[in-house]
Design a protein around this ligand. Structure first.
Ligand code: SF4
Length: 238
């Protein structure tokens, strides 16, 4: 991976990386951290190496990662132009929900500390959802709400689709308080993650099985990656 990253870094112009929207966003959003580094700037190149070293053709991503994938496709085109038609341009596979907002309204990200993790238990989810900002015009419980400007409602649309009309009406008619509404959302999120959490717990209790899966996958991937790197070295006449 590191070797392929190095070769791809030689063909990826810095200007392509600097115009990447996620990098520009991180420079602004993470102003207190030092993100003007080669590591952050070159991260999409590392992702590209990660994809193409195994000739990945379909990549499941969120909408915010599309520019990275487009960059990867450009790097592949440039590599193929310079050294011969070898890699395929990977395609994105978007899920039904293309972008999930974090608990502060920005994109959900570990770096922003606004993420609800797949492994979070119901109580942790409830605490995180309770911190979310709602309709700022709704000051008293008796004030009618405006779901169209409420982040909690945005997530209800994803997790409570079957009862969304009722949530909207209850909010507009002030029949429900924001805390009650948040707790309902937290329950829906926790319910949707319940089977995943159980599966994760079962796997963690069965260490041997995880190690077996890793070993099998490692063997499979190494075979493909070794062949890719041998081909790449040939193309580069190294
Ligand atoms: S009731 Fe729910 S949707 Fe309405 S403002 Fe409060 S949290 Fe948002």
């Amino acid at each position: 991976m590191a070797e392929l990253f190095l070769y791809l870094a030689m063909v990826a112009p810095v200007s392509w990386l600097e115009r990447c929207p996620t990098y520009k966003e991180q420079v602004v959003q993470l102003a207190s951290k030092e993100v003007s580094t080669l590591g952050f700037l070159g991260y999409p190149v590392l992702q590209c190496a990660d994809i193409i070293i195994v000739h990945g053709e379909i990549v499941p991503v969120g909408e915010d990662q599309l520019p990275h994938l487009e960059l990867c496709r450009e790097i592949v085109r440039r590599f193929n132009f310079l050294y011969g038609d070898y890699f395929k341009e990977p395609e994105a596979l978007l899920s039904e929900v293309k972008r999930l907002p974090g608990t502060d309204g920005r994109k959900m990200s570990k770096s922003y500390g606004n993420a609800i993790y797949l492994s979070d238990d119901p109580d942790t989810i409830r605490k995180k959802v309770r911190q979310m900002i709602t309709d700022p015009q709704r000051i008293y419980r008796t004030d009618p709400g405006h779901p169209e400007i409420c982040l909690v409602f945005d997530l209800h649309e994803i997790y409570s689709s079957e009862e969304i009309a009722k949530v909207e009406e209850d909010c507009r008619e002030a029949r429900i308080g924001c805390t009650q509404c948040k707790d309902l959302l937290a329950r829906r999120i926790a319910d949707s993650l319940a089977s995943f959490r159980q599966k994760r717990k079962d796997l963690l209790e069965d260490e041997g099985r995880i190690e077996g899966i890793f070993a099998q996958s490692r063997e499979k991937v190494l075979k493909i990656a070794d062949k890719t790197m041998a081909d790449v070295r040939n193309l580069l006449k190294l």
